[in-house]
Design a protein around this ligand. Structure first.
Ligand code: AMP
Length: 352
């Protein structure tokens, strides 16, 4: 067990790290953030900050030597250099989870082997591969980078085969996915401790705009709720197969034929921000509890439900108006520059 008072290392300096650090502080821990950028909204609320690159093994080792345990809030970190951390402090979730989740081909193959069903997909490394993929899977579909994509970045919609011919293919590994005709999207968020105890929060319905999460609503409507059990079974299998410790998220499309796996994140997730006020114990606190081997807290609802809206780009400038409604829970991430498409904060309303 890592008792309160110890230092938790967090790789990644964004809002997820910030909310993890705030939850850790509530439990009496200190946090030490490691991130490549000079400005970190996670470091702003933490006891210590190391600015370093994710492949700088010496800097990672020096950082880990000052931590009792290390976690990450960002999955696009090369797995190899993280071995330097393991020599000094335990790293949770396991590096294997990162390797699986950071590559869409690995992720889909891994989940298929456990009985999950993703959209039809094909690996694409050339224009000929793409033409063959479209011939087999059909269009419409989405071409995505295998790695480093997030919030809809690194994705190209292909409505008809001719679109592919017009594309200037980026020189990175790609994947082509058939377009899923879904009725809605939802996520399964679980926490697993080292003894294998697994708990799930209620699944939110997630609505995206331009590939970015706009709103999460709990409880989800009945057509989604009916698919949650099957999705949870898959998520628990994934967590067990990885010997996972911490919070794990799987995203799904709810279709007429049941849940279709979209992607996984080996970390706390935007679609779980509602748990800060809407659950007895939030995803952030339970992640800290799991990695420190403290008893897990209840994931039960603290209200009838909750609605979380992301504040993207200049929507965050409306903070005064948001606060004029006393029932709103406003979270601003403290980012200096507003940019279109950038997640600046979120607001949660409980359904009482
Ligand atoms: P992703 O980053 O892969 O989760 O994609 C972001 C969003 O784009 C998803 O949440 C969906 O709304 C949409 N999307 C991604 N892949 C597909 C697909 N194969 N079929 C339909 N919509 C998709």
């Amino acid at each position: 067990m890592i008792p309160p008072g110890e230092t938790i290392g967090i790789l990644g300096g964004g809002q997820l790290g910030r909310m993890l650090a705030l939850a850790a502080a509530n439990l009496g821990y200190r946090c030490h953030v490691y991130a490549p950028e000079a400005d970190s909204v996670a470091a702003d609320v933490s006891a210590a900050f190391t600015q370093g690159h994710y492949d700088d093994q010496a800097a990672l080792a020096a950082f880990a030597a000052q931590c009792a345990v290390v976690t990450y809030e960002f999955e696009n970190v090369a797995a190899g250099p993280l071995a330097a951390i393991g020599e000094h402090a335990p790293l949770h979730p396991p590096v294997r989870a990162l390797e699986v989740a950071q590559d869409r081909v690995n992720e889909k193959s891994f989940v298929e082997a456990l009985g999950g069903r993703p959209a039809p997909w094909a690996q694409v490394d050339s224009a000929a591969d793409l033409a063959a993929a479209i011939a087999r899977i059909g269009a419409p579909g989405i071409l995505k980078t295998r790695r480093d994509g997030y919030d809809g970045k690194g994705q190209w919609r292909i409505m008809e085969p001719a679109d592919a011919a017009r594309l200037d293919l980026p020189a990175v590994p790609l994947i082509y996915e058939g377009f899923v005709r879904f009725e809605g999207e939802f996520s399964v968020i679980l926490v697993r401790d080292a003894a294998g105890d697994v708990r799930f929060w209620d699944s939110a319905r997630n609505e995206h705009e331009s590939g970015i999460l706009a709103r999460s609503t709990v409880p989800a409507p009945a057509f989604i709720a009916a698919q949650v059990e099957a999705a949870r079974a898959l998520a628990a299998n994934v967590a067990d197969a990885l010997d996972y410790v911490g919070v794990l998220t799987l995203e799904f499309f709810a279709t007429a034929d049941g849940p279709v796996f979209n992607e996984m994140a080996p970390r706390v997730h935007n679609s779980g921000h509602w748990t800060i006020e809407g659950a007895l114990v939030s995803q952030f606190e339970n992640h800290i509890r799991a990695i420190c081997a403290l008893p897990l807290g209840s994931t039960a609802l603290a209200a009838q439900g909750a609605v979380m809206d992301n504040l993207i780009g200049d929507a965050a400038c409306d903070w005064a108006q948001i606060l004029s409604d006393p029932a709103n829970h406003l979270h601003l991430y403290g980012k200096a520059a507003v940019r279109p498409g950038r997640k600046m904060g979120h607001v949660t309303r409980l359904i009482l």
